[in-house]
Design a protein around this ligand. Structure first.
Ligand SMILES: [Ca+2]
Ligand SMILES: [Ca+2]
Length: 302
């Protein structure tokens, strides 16, 4: 339910590109894993910024610079590290955050105590070049440091991809130590969160995903990250789509044919005006480790 509400909030506007990220402090890298502030805006839940102070990180801040004034309507925060369930429990995550805008005005936001993206809608749209987010309160993890995996800002435009407000699937794999495989993961704007089907009697053929759009739109293409986009090495661990049929609200159908690679692929077709997209997979390629069809991300292109 939290995830569905989260997707609905994405309909507030288009994502705003951050030109530079800076932080008050950064934890030293360990095991070749970096904790730099740039991890906040790389579109991956597995990479996180971790503050580098001696204490719990209260007073630490991160600052997003858009490179020019933008009108911001919402901030979405993935608190702690979403690398896996153990990491999520290890790090502190922000409970209270004070956002300071370029004109010096501030606004305070509070997170709920759950592993869910926190969507904070601003009291009113704010025109600003920077947002400084200072951590005022935390939910304590088992370790010492505070982490944030990803931050996204939304504007007040309808530019960019068509927003998806909810996603449902024929089946979903059960959550494990790596996290959830819910349908929402296929349309959350995060490259390394994925939907995997949970039908033990199927290689994914016949399984489907249905995306509800934030507004009736003319759709001419879908961008897909098929399989496990977490890393090129893991991509072939799971089943990948070979072909699918996409159905539109007017009953029209188009055929999708996938390339078998881990990068984003653009699948274009004749334009259709629609409220929903139902993507039913008609053939798949076997994974090396798991017999579950997975899709990491779908972007709906106007
Ligand atoms: Ca990240
Ligand atoms: Ca995703």
């Amino acid at each position: 339910m939290i995830s569905a509400l989260f997707l609905a909030s994405l309909a507030l506007g288009a994502p705003v590109k951050v030109a530079t990220w800076t932080a008050s402090t950064t934890s030293a890298p360990n095991d070749a894993r970096s904790f730099e502030a740039t991890n906040l805006g790389d579109g991956k839940q597995s990479t996180a910024w971790v503050e580098g102070e001696d204490g719990a990180g209260l007073g630490s801040w991160v600052l997003a610079d858009f490179g020019g004034p933008k009108t911001i309507t919402a901030i979405t925060v993935w608190g702690s590290s979403w690398y896996n369930v153990e990491y999520f429990g290890h790090y502190n995550r922000p409970k209270t955050v004070v956002a300071e805008y370029a004109d010096g005005t501030t606004e305070e936001f509070t997170a709920v105590d759950a592993q869910a993206p926190q969507v904070w809608k601003l009291k009113s749209p704010k025109n600003t070049q920077t947002v400084k987010m200072r951590i005022k309160g935390i939910y304590a993890g088992k370790g010492v440091d505070t982490a944030i995996s990803e931050v996204r800002f939304s504007d007040n435009t309808s530019d960019g991809p068509v927003p998806v407000v909810s996603a449902v699937a024929s089946s979903s794999a059960i959550a494990d130590t790596d996290g959830s495989y819910d349908a929402q993961n296929a349309a959350d704007g995060i490259a390394d969160s994925m939907w995997c089907e949970g039908n033990k009697n199927s290689d994914g053929t016949g399984e489907w995903l249905e995306l509800t759009l934030g507004r009736r739109s003319t759709v001419s293409a879908l961008k897909f990250r098929a399989g496990a986009a977490f890393s090129p090495e893991l991509f072939k661990a799971v089943n990948r789509p070979v072909s699918a049929t996409v159905s539109f609200s007017d009953g029209a159908k188009e055929t999708l044919t996938f390339k078998d690679f881990p990068f984003e692929q653009n699948l274009s077709f004749a334009a259709h005006t629609t409220d929903k997209l139902k993507i039913q997979f008609t053939s798949t390629k076997k994974g090396e480790k798991y017999d579950d069809l997975c899709v990491s991300e779908i972007t709906v292109v106007p």
